[in-house]
Design a protein around this ligand. Structure first.
Ligand code: URA
Ligand code: URA
Length: 217
């Protein structure tokens, strides 16, 4: 994986990525581009390992995230942490962020204008990270990233190609909190299958440096 880009060594490229990452963090934390900036307490940039090949994208910060400045730390976030950990994925080894970086009032779904406005931050994060695998948590990131009107129930558990990355939609953990049945074929069971598939493909990518060619079915 030591391709040379513009004559930079891997180490020089890594230093440049680190500088860009910190610049985009500062830019995001200072953002006043949309009205969500007026009601937020903290901008939630994202958390974890920006060098990870695995990125999770949620919808937007809730009350706990807004007060702590960290993604997925409330009830849904704790469930996400548990799901990851049950599959052998540690939060610190992946990067977790949201479509919008500021809390929508009353936890409403962010508007298309807000998502468009915030896209500069997410796309810059993705550009610098270049994740091989991306998990979309729930309908909002699913529809925004994959530009589809289909829903999560139909598309979850499948891999989609998006700018060279393998993208899997999964149920949002807050949906699992509301639909708490452990029945086979229920949302919790399906999410368990999905996260194990994510883990499998991620391990494979880490070992071989490439995605399974049959991943997109
Ligand atoms: N729900 C989300 O979509 N993101 C968070 O960070 C927390 C809850
Ligand atoms: N609606 C969502 O936004 N996400 C889910 O996971 C289920 C329903």
């Amino acid at each position: 994986m030591s391709e040379k880009l513009f004559g930079l060594t891997d180490e020089e490229r890594e230093q440049a990525a680190e500088i860009l990452w910190e610049e985009t963090r500062k830019f995001t934390l200072a953002c006043k581009a949309c009205p969500l900036s007026e009601t937020r307490n903290k901008v939630v940039f994202g958390d974890g390992d920006r060098k990870s090949s695995l990125l999770f994208i949620g919808e937007g910060p809730g009350a706990d995230e807004d007060s702590q400045g960290l993604p997925f730390v409330g009830r849904a976030g704790q469930l996400l942490t548990q799901i990851l950990s049950a599959a052998g994925i540690e939060r610190k080894d992946v990067f977790i962020t949201n479509i919008v970086k500021c809390r929508p009032p009353e936890n409403r779904v962010p508007t298309p204008e807000e998502m468009l406005c915030c896209d500069r931050h997410l796309q810059t994060q993705i550009l610098i990270m270049k994740p091989a695998l991306i998990v979309l948590l729930g309908n909002t990131p699913l529809r925004w990233i994959l530009k589809t009107t289909e829903g999560i129930t139909k598309l979850r558990g499948r891999w989609f190609e998006w700018h060279g990355a393998a993208v899997m939609p999964m149920f949002h953990p807050s949906y699992l909190l509301r639909n708490n049945t452990s029945k086979e074929g229920g949302p919790k069971h399906l999410t368990w299958l999905d996260i194990q598939e994510v883990k499998r493909q991620w391990e494979r990518y880490k070992q071989t440096g490439r995605l399974d060619e049959t991943i997109f079915g």
